[in-house]
Write a protein that binds this ligand. Sequence first.
Ligand code: SF4
Length: 457
Amino acid sequence: MCGIFGMIGSKDAANLVYLGLYSLQHRGEESTGIVSYDGEKIVYHKSMGLVSETFNEDNLSLLKGDIAIGHVRYSTTGLSHSKNIQPFFAKHKKGNIVISHNGNLTNTVELQNEMEDKGSIFQTTMDSETITHLIARASNKDFKKDIISALFRLEGAYSLILMTDDLMVGARDPHGFRPLCLGELDGAYILTSETCSLDLIDAKYVRDIEPGEIVFISKGKLESVKPFPKKKHSLCIFEYIYFARPDSDIFGENVYSVRKNLGKQLAKEYPVDADFVMSIPDSGNSAAVGYSHESGIPFEIGMIRNHYIGRTFIQPSQLVRDFRVKIKLNPIKDVLKGKRVVIVEDSIVRGTTSRSRVRTLRKAGVKEIHMRVSCPPIISPCYYGIDFPNKEELIANRHDIKWIKDFIGVDSLKYLSVDGMLKSMPKAKSEFCTACFNGDYPAKIPKIFSKDILEKA
Ligand code: SF4
């Protein structure tokens, strides 16, 4: 759960990266950073906190140069610590290497063990540092080949932006788990996680970086290579369900349209008689509109979101999460009192957030609550970059739907089927990863997941 943005070929590179990160903030609220090359040296500013809290006129004015990359982070692996804030950079005999990484590698422990046996010392617990070491140790006499041979050693999920003093590199793993696209503004190239960040700076969307593709961009020229053996595509379906912004196009389709399709399919599979359909703003909005359109039941706004706090799912501590649910949403009692409502949720992870929302709605006088979830039950953790909790904490892994219905406190609870979810997608079902819904992992999973090590430590 991270957002990455890079630009080369503009004298305003760092300022535009800053704006780009603003629109990727939903992908990680824990820390952020920008690194640029000012013509003589690498300059950077990084901090825990939001983009708006981290950057100001003074520190941005120091980030000079026509190449810059940035990152917004939520710690899926590696401690939540200032040492782990990306972009990660290192200097070695081949020059400077700076990396922004989205996704989780699944062979980090093996790679780190191997390199530590040969004398490497790691400063952080991040996947990204592993990549830097692999590049530094490669000996091809050609820096681009060093990058390619380093990426050959990686397993799992990565969308990467890498920079040196005068080169920006974009890479997407052969499965294509996480999105990465290419944009252009006045001859400058951009690499970014989502297209909504291109819209913000009036840049043109050029194309997606393809799974298994590496692009090298320098002096206005782009070179593309596809060095890896072909692997089955495994685009993360959860990007469409929850994670990406609805105004972005990812994997070739608009996220809002896909979410609306999910809501329509949900209405076909699980109709119910009710006075109105509502969402829990904002993430359930698009699917709720779809449910309303398909069922013919009017859509109403039953809760108002306080926009001056972050997304609850993104906060790591359970204590903080429960508190934030209460301050985040306020019901409109006049709309809700005595009504039978369909609530469309995008997903249920632990169930505690939904339970808290339902209690709030009951207090507001709602007569019947029928919850419809626009994805199937989440039964397995994600090892490829979405921060689901351990298997034991996933409510649908431990309990059946009847138990969950009673726990949450609704009159009925239905989840979209796996088939229905795949039918709502713009591509063939074989193109997607659905492992969190069926345990069918398309790429090797780690022997030891570094987050588990850290949680035990
Ligand atoms: S396991 Fe789920 S969240 Fe993780 S990549 Fe696959 S579809 Fe996405």
